[in-house]
Every structure is written in structure tokens, then in C-alpha cells.
Design a protein around this ligand. Structure first.
Ligand code: NDP
Ligand SMILES: O=C(O)C1=N[C@H](C(=O)O)C[C@H](O)C1
Length: 274
């Protein structure tokens, strides 16, 4: 049997970082090797278990990611686009698995992450949950079956008030699935904001609407609106552990793969359904 996979959590003090520490401690086949926060953070030196509400686990938070990566098997990263591109380069240097849940990446970040995947095994997804990835397959099928002339597609999302990017990574992932189903490119068909005298809706466009407030973990709906009927496909996240469990599953899966850039659909064996 293989040794437990040694995982580093970067952004250890964040909402997802703390959830990951709890999920890793509760999971078979993985062990928390290190916890990383940015230099200057008041969390450096604190015990990661205490930070996550578990009690002492003898893993002190460090601000030296490369030292942590060199003796690890993988890193799980829910931080920021800039930080994730830097961690991808370090994961490539250490030749380890890098699971990236960070959203809001621009083309320049994605290009750097793709370059790092020549040496690292990277799994990146705007949503690590099983439910959302299954939903994306269903959205693609619905968009293909219900034609653009008769059915308009709108993606609606709501998240907690601290979220900094919009539309959410999940909304974009679902928009991409709808665009694939329609055989069109999302960028040239999406309407990300509406305000003022917008004119009538353009046939075939894919609209996005963003709500923010309170402590909502993540609500997503894809609405297919026809004449006199609506089809709504939706997902509701009750707890951040669904993302953390997906990320751990991705790390274990990627351990056996060649260097490259993979998605959660690859991890879940759903790529052949798209
Ligand atoms: N794909 C998925 O399934 C999911 C994705 N996400 C995404 O994950 C990301 C994080 O979300 P969330 O946990 O809510 O955000 P938080 O702001 O709570 O956590 C981010 C953490 O990363 C830390 N961080 C930022 N830069 C660095 C760095 N250079 N080195 C070390 N640590 C760093 C932050 O530290 P500091 O506070 O000092 O800046 C913070 O502790 C977002 O992009 C979010 O959209 C979230 C949930 C699920
Ligand atoms: O920031 C969050 O919280 C979440 N971010 C991801 C996204 O942008 O879709 C996933 C999840 O919905 C929670």
C-alpha cells in the first residue's frame, strides 16, 4: 500500500484553508504535511490544528512555501489568482501535485498555470464539488437539447458578502458548459452585466446575474427560459467541506497521473460525458 499522501495547505488561515485542514485530518490516505500563509501574517508560527478548531496537531504555519513543497506530495490551494500562479511555479519546481480551487483568474494567470503544468500535475476547477460538476454535464445536455431560437440561458449565483470575484468561478464553469452544448464560444456570447436601457435580449446570448450577501456558501441556478415555460437546473452548497473533500479526492487522483492540467471532470470520470 502507498504511504499517506503528504499535503500542504496554502492560505491556511482562510475560510477554505481552515476547512481543508479539518477535512485532511479526517480523511484516509492523506496527511497534513505543512500549512502556509503569506509572509507578515499574524498566523505564522501558530498551530494549524488550533487555527482550524481541532486542537494541537504539531504543524506550525509557515511562510516558506518552497521548503514545505520540497518534501511534500501535493499542495491544495484556495487563495488568490496571483498567489496561485506563484504556487504553481513552485509546485512545478518540486514536481508535485497542485490542486487549484482559486477563482477569478485572468488569461495571464491561466497561461502561467498551464506553463507550470509541464512539470506539475495540476487539477484546477472553479468548483470542486461532485454535485456542481455533475450539474455542468446536465447543463450542457439541456443547452444542446433546447435550441437557442426558443430558449434563453441565464446563470444566476449568490455568495457570501466577503467574495471578491464575479461572476463566480462556478457560474463561469456552468456558462462554459451551456456554451459547449450550444456549440458557441462563451466569451463572445456572454452578457456579464445589464444596466440602464439595454435593448432587447440578444438571441443566443448567455446572461449572468450576481448576488452577494450574508454567509451564503454558494447558490447557482441555470435557467433555460422558453415561451411559457422555464427549466431550472440548480445546486445549493450547504457546507464548504464539499469543496475540500473534492480537492482531497483530486489530489489523490492526480498523484497517479502524468504532469498536465486536469479538471474535476477528469477526476470524477465525467470528461467522456461532455
Ligand atoms: N473551486 C472551489 O470549489 C472553491 C473555490 N473557492 C475560491 O477559493 C478562493 C479562496 O476563498 P476563501 O477561502 O473563501 O477566501 P479567504 O480570503 O478566506 O482565504 C484566502 C486565504 O489565502 C491567503 N493568501 C492569499 N495570498 C497568499 C499568499 N501569497 N501566500 C499564502 N497565503 C495567501 C489569504 O491570506 P490573507 O487573508 O492574508 O490575504 C487567506 O488566508 C477564492 O478564489 C474562492 O472563490 C472557494 C470555495 C470553493
Ligand atoms: O468564494 C467562494 O466562497 C466560492 N467560490 C467558488 C466560485 O467562485 O464559484 C466556489 C463556491 O461557489 C464558493
Amino acid at each position: 500500500m502507498q504511504d499517506a499522501m503528504k499535503l500542504v495547505v496554502v492560505g491556511a488561515g482562510g475560510r477554505m484553508g481552515q476547512t481543508l485542514i479539518r477535512v485532511i485530518q479526517a480523511s484516509e490516505g492523506v496527511t497534513l504535511h505543512a500549512a502556509v500563509e503569506r509572509g507578515g501574517s499574524s498566523l505564522i508560527g501558530r498551530d494549524a490544528g488550533e487555527l482550524a478548531g481541532l486542537g494541537h496537531i504539531d504543524v506550525a504555519v509557515t511562510d516558506d512555501p518552497l521548503a514545505a513543497f520540497l518534501d511534500a506530495d501535493g499542495v491544495i490551494d484556495f487563495t488568490s489568482p496571483q498567489a496561485s500562479t506563484e504556487f504553481a511555479a513552485l509546485a512545478a519546481q518540486a514536481r508535485i501535485v497542485h490542486v487549484i480551487g482559486t477563482t477569478g483568474c485572468l488569461a495571464e494567470h491561466d497561461a502561467r498555470i498551464e506553463a507550470a503544468s509541464r512539470h506539475a500535475r495540476i487539477v484546477k476547477s472553479g468548483n470542486m464539488s461532485l454535485g456542481v460538476n455533475l450539474l455542468s454535464v446536465l447543463v450542457q445536455q439541456a443547452a444542446r437539447a433546447l435550441d437557442a431560437a426558443g430558449w434563453d440561458i441565464e446563470v444566476l449565483e449568490m455568495h457570501h458578502k466577503h467574495k471578491v470575484d464575479a461572476p463566480s468561478g462556478t457560474a463561469l464553469l456552468l456558462g462554459e458548459a451551456a456554451a459547449r452544448g450550444r456549440g458557441v464560444d462563451l466569451t463572445s456570447h456572454s452578457v456579464r452585466v445589464r444596466d440602464g436601457h439595454t435593448g432587447a435580449r440578444e438571441t443566443g446570448s448567455i446572461g449572468f446575474a450576481t448576488l452577494r450577501g450574508g454567509s451564503v456558501v454558494g447558490e447557482h441556478s441555470v435557467i433555460l427560459a422558453g415561451e411559457g415555460e422555464l427549466v431550472t437546473l440548480s445546486h445549493s452548497a450547504g457546507d464548504r467541506s464539499i469543496f475540500a473533500r473534492g480537492a482531497v479526492r483530486a489530489a489523490l487522483w492526480a498523484r497517479g497521473q502524468k504532469p498536465g492540467l486536469y479538471s474535476m471532470l477528469d477526476v470524477l470520470g465525467l470528461s467522456s460525458s461532455i
